[in-house]
Design a protein. Structure first.
Length: 395
């Protein structure tokens, strides 16, 4: 049995949750609740304190309520967690790892319904205590909490915020599955492949896990196409831009220079299918010499440029003085910046409405420089416009 939790941290969290002037959001506190559960183990005291705090208005509250009533289980990579047609006796909450959910036709063809990662639930068919309608297999080593169906049913029957949190979570996941089905019907194979890989990268960032390396066969099963087609898409060369697209991107870059009072600017599109972490393709630029444009034609996540760091960390990156920049020190990127006459730069990720990074927009200065908050307020509007244009630029 896991050790009982030290209840003192939960008293502090409960106090914060019950304070009207609480400076933290309920989501932040619920995240703390989950992390501490996962770090310290599972114990009845945590359940009692979470109950006393009334922290039941989001998914974190549901997790805090039910985890202490489950047990930790481990699965090795490629181990079957449950199979289609088995009695549905429990639900699982993933603490670490990735799980593949799939269904198999009578002829043996597999279709991947989805991939779940840490801090997600699967096995919800136990709510009705019916048979499993799909199978679950560990794609990596997995640690999860197994929760008996009676616990889930008791939560739903009791009603209140905890039940609402569970229902809201399941509805949100249902919407994601519907969106995936819509993408399958309406998007090109290349777009679907890019969306899947971008989604996996985003989830790895959100859960502090390594990016899941999915086999081409699994990708094919997710997309409903052949493995050979996935292989062909992965090796395909980027398409050429139309005249209209080039003009649109040039206008974005010109506006970026004007808004940020910069000397250079660039716009990039993410190709998540290239390499292990995706690569950024230079779409348009202002001020680069031919050598710099060639050097930054493709940028990987291990690059020491601001756009490479932004791709790796999925956040805005600013270098106010490149000559003294620590993360660039001694790198080829630093040399090219300085040889090009660039002494400061910033890169802003272009994030789609689905939460995926689709590209980068950067501005550069000839002298050390720190953009103001007012600069970024105006620039953010341009970044949204750039995001829309880049999303439309599909292979």
């Amino acid at each position: 049995m896991p050790e009982r939790l030290d209840c003192r941290p939960w008293q502090l969290i409960a106090k914060e949750l019950s304070t009207e002037t609480n400076p933290k959001s309920l989501t932040e506190l619920s995240t703390e609740l989950i992390r501490a559960l996962e770090t310290q183990g599972i114990g009845e005291k945590c359940q009692d304190l979470a109950h006393e705090s009334g922290a039941y208005s989001d998914f974190g509250s549901f997790v805090a309520s039910v985890l202490p009533r489950g047990r930790i289980v481990h699965f090795q990579k490629n181990e079957t967690i449950f199979s289609h047609g088995e009695p549905s006796e429990s639900m699982y909450y993933i603490q670490r790892g990735y799980v593949k959910l799939s269904a198999t036709s009578a002829r043996g063809k597999e279709a991947v319904i989805g991939i779940c990662s840490s801090r997600e639930l699967f096995g919800e068919s136990c709510i009705t205590h019916s048979t499993r309608f799909h199978s679950a297999v560990a794609l990596t080593n997995v640690q999860a909490v197994k929760i008996n169906y009676k616990v889930i049913q008791s939560v739903l029957w009791a009603g209140g915020g905890v039940a609402s949190a569970l229902v809201a979570y399941l509805l949100q996941r249902s919407l994601r599955i519907q969106q995936s089905l819509t993408d399958t019907l309406l998007l090109s194979s290349a777009d679907r492949l890019a969306a899947i890989r971008s989604s996996l990268r985003s989830r790895s960032k959100a859960t502090d896990q390594p990016v899941l390396k999915v086999s081409q066969q699994t990708l094919a099963d997710m997309m409903g196409i052949s493995r050979q087609r996935v292989n062909s898409l992965s090796r395909a060369r980027p398409h050429a831009l139309t005249t209209s697209q080039r003009q649109d991107f040039e206008k974005i870059v010109e506006n970026a220079v004007a808004l940020m009072h910069s000397d250079y600017a660039s716009l990039q599109m993410l190709f998540p299918e290239r390499g292990s972490g995706g690569e950024l393709r230079l779409l348009s630029f202002r001020g680069f010499n031919p050598e710099a444009a060639k050097f930054w034609e493709w940028v990987r996540a291990d690059s020491k440029s601001t756009c490479g760091i932004a791709l790796r960390d999925y956040k805005q990156v600013i270098a106010t003085d490149i000559a003294a920049c620590e993360f660039m020190a001694g790198s080829e990127d630093q040399d090219v910046y300085l040889q090009t006459g660039i002494r400061a730069c910033q890169t802003t990720p272009l994030i789609s409405t689905a939460g995926n990074v689709v590209g980068m927009i950067s501005t550069h200065w000839r002298t050390p420089h720190k953009p103001s908050e007012r600069d970024f307020e105006l620039f953010d509007s341009l970044a949204r416009q750039a995001t829309h244009l880049v999303e439309r630029c599909s292979p």
